[in-house]
Ligand binder design. Structure first.
Ligand code: APR
Ligand code: PHB
Length: 390
């Protein structure tokens, strides 16, 4: 089989790119290791930058997001028994974010691929890129006993953190930067009315908490827990009690609790792999970088990679102009590192660090009081949270 672009990974990054390229008449195949049901069973953050929302519309996948997603003009930060507000709209020149679950967004992308008759292969085993440093790369995969070879012009590694693509870049070329935080987030999903129409990030002596939502009848809550904890250590009652302890009194009093329909612990990790291109292999999304969820940058950083790659491939096929492909790694990484910086800053601001010095604690308090005493500081947060320009 021969295609122009072979995409490895059927998460949001791979799906969005294959959809955008298909609409421009560029021929793709997408190889996903698992079933569609498996991909759609993952629950992940759902805050969408305005630039990403625009790209979803351009991909003809924005209709349900615009209908069912909620526009948030700001978010709250609870600290020291206060509830402060970051007004994104006011401080970012009228921008906002859309809160729409990543699972739903991925479902919309799959449906859009179906509608166009996109070439999407599920349960593709042993996906392996070959000859990526040459002008004639190819990818092999196996379905049952059958091995299939896909000859292509470009290979896109959009196969997430545990994927095969990044590992096919020689170790003497690839540099990896990683920071692992000494705690995780225990998250639950419950069919209850959210405690607040907009998100509340909580800094508390007992640890971080977050009140988020998927809709007006579906809430998502998180609490910071030690890495040694397991979801089964936490009954629903224990979770709600701990969450209430961390919320300001007036918020805790309004919290509606109910049975959890999902409960899991996510570790917090920052990771960047450089460069994001090797020969004819281009990495995108979680395959190249991970952020802790605190600033809600993960999915959005993936989207900016796809924006750059999409335009670079269009320029290559339409105008024979390779400057976008040649500059991809540098351009994508410049924005990736800014998202890393913001995620790190929000994580440092809001969590309780087990080995903190009293000096660190005082700095954290000063950072918080500075934020809410300075419009300039709030503008910095708003500019990053609604999304830096592509
Ligand atoms: N072969 C084929 N597919 C693979 C392989 C492989 N060897 N390894 C992993 N995959 C698939 C995974 O099953 C997954 O569906 O690649 C996909 C990668 O998807 P994601 O991990 O969701 O990564 P990405 O598409 O870059 O999405 C961006 O933003 O909010 C963050 O982490 C969050 O998923 C989110 C990400
Ligand atoms: C979520 O709703 O899951 C969520 C929202 C905002 C974050 C992280 C997670 O910063």
């Amino acid at each position: 089989m021969k295609v122009q672009v072979c995409i490895i990974g059927g998460g949001p990054s791979g799906l969005l790119l294959s959809q955008l390229l298909h609409l421009q008449g560029i021929d793709t195949i997408l190889l996903e290791k698992y079933s569609r049901e498996h991909v759609l069973s993952r629950i992940r953050a759902g805050v969408i930058e305005h630039g990403f929302a625009k790209l979803m519309r351009e991909a003809q996948c924005g209709e349900r997001m615009d209908r069912e997603g909620e526009i948030h003009h700001g978010f709250h930060i609870a600290h020291d028994s206060r509830l402060d507000y970051v007004d994104l709209h006011k401080h970012s020149g009228g921008n906002s974010v859309i809160v729409y679950g990543q699972t739903e967004l991925t479902r919309d992308l799959y449906e859009a691929r179906d509608k166009l008759g996109g070439n999407v292969v599920h349960n593709a085993e042993d996906v392996t890129p070959h000859d990526i440093a040459s002008d004639a790369p190819y990818v092999t995969y196996r379905v049952g006993d059958k091995t299939v070879r896909v000859d292509c012009e470009f290979v896109i590694g959009a196969d997430g953190f545990h994927g095969v693509s990044r590992k096919s870049i020689p170790t003497d070329v690839l540099r990896e930067h990683e920071k692992i935080y000494p705690f995780g987030w225990l998250g639950i999903l419950s069919r209850t009315k959210p405690v607040s129409p907009e998100l509340i990030y909580v800094k508390h002596e007992r640890g971080f908490a977050l009140c988020s939502l998927r809709s007006q009848v579906l809430s998502r809550y998180y609490i910071q827990v030690p890495l040694s904890d397991k979801p089964e250590d936490w009954s629903d009652d224990a979770f709600w009690a701990e969450l209430k302890r961390r919320l300001p009194e007036q918020v805790a009093a309004q919290l509606i609790t109910g049975p959890s329909i999902e409960k899991s612990i996510a570790p917090l990790r920052s990771f960047v792999a450089e460069p994001m291109r090797y020969g004819r292999l281009f990495l995108a999304g979680d395959a190249a970088h991970i952020v802790p969820p605190t600033g809600a940058r993960g999915l959005n950083s993936a989207a900016s990679d796809i924006y750059y790659l999409y335009h670079a491939l269009i320029d290559h096929y339409r105008k024979g102009d390779d400057s976008g492909l040649d500059g991809y790694s540098q351009k994508a990484l410049a924005r990736v590192w800014k998202a890393q910086r913001f995620s790190w800053w929000m994580t440092m601001l809001l969590h309780r660090f087990p080995d903190r010095l009293s000096y660190d604690e005082r700095l954290q308090e000063t950072e918080m009081s500075y934020l809410f005493s300075s419009e300039t500081a709030q503008r910095l947060v708003a500019e990053n949270y609604v999304g830096l320009p592509f």
